[in-house]
Design a protein around this ligand. Sequence first.
Ligand code: BGC
Length: 344
Amino acid sequence: MKEQLVAGMGALPGASLQKACRLLVIFCALHLLVTMVYYMAGRDLNIFQYFTENQQSQHDWKNASTTPAAELLACPETSPLLVGPLNVEFSKPVDLEETKKENPAVRDGGRHTPKDCRALQKVALIIPFRHRDEHLKYWLYYLHPILQRQQLDYGVYVINQDGEETFNRAKLLNVGFAEALKDYDYDCFVFSDVDLIPMDDRNIYKCYSQPRHLSVSMDKFGFRLPYNQYFGGVSALSKEQFQKINGFPNNYWGWGGEDDDIYNRITSRGMSLSRPDAIIGKCRMIHHNRDVKNEPNPQRFDRIAHTKETMNSDGLNSLSYEVVKTEKKPLYTIITVNIGLPKR
Ligand code: BGC
């Protein structure tokens, strides 16, 4: 029987066999094509999203759903939009108009809300600021795409110290907390220096069950912590955690110590630090000279030694300032404040 069949096939004329083979190849190719089209459509073509320069590409924002937030399902615990390690460098200048075009879903004032799901946290990003416009451009260029991929409901607040008196980072952060809450019902506050950019979008700018230190692996310190209690750079506290420590100190004028005071506040209220690992926590600092009127504060060592005694009367409950101007720019809100002078 087998022999008969083989003999039978051998009997087919050569031209017909070629034609049959060609038809079979065409059929297979069509089948493959149709399968691929269905596969890609099913994946919403996400596969193509991430392969552009600097991973600045975004979700298909224009076609995103417009379902009211209350009806949306909660966003997943881990955003599917994350891409991991990022290429961060500061050689090309940033054009903010371009950055705005690249981030069409960011609303005036630097606000953003995910379209496809209900964000798990409402995060205010607070940046203490004075005369660092170039650094702010890089921050906005890198952070907006990252924060959107992290599926956060967020707003960016730049707290600009008015005048040329000695800088006071921690007091500006307290002002940011108070002012952001007047704008929206935020439940989480990320405090970031303007010159620090995360190198991995899995370093989520949100709050955890314990206060979070995010900038744990800075290039400036050889990608490791300078010391275990270090809490400088970028940190995140929930509204409750921030209120529990009476906010940050108002009386650290000049460079240094205020982050150590915040660390002391956190531990003296029975909390501990949460941190990403040294790979996910990598970040780059933009090189710069020391700012004028931000010289190292000689009183800092004495102040840090007395946090426990001072924290109940120095902080949110003693905060006083005057808003000079609030401007809602396309990618951020800038609040210029008069925070007074150091006590002589
Ligand atoms: C200062 C901190 C600073 C750290 C790292 C400490 O001596 O008190 O404010 O963040 O050094 O530079």
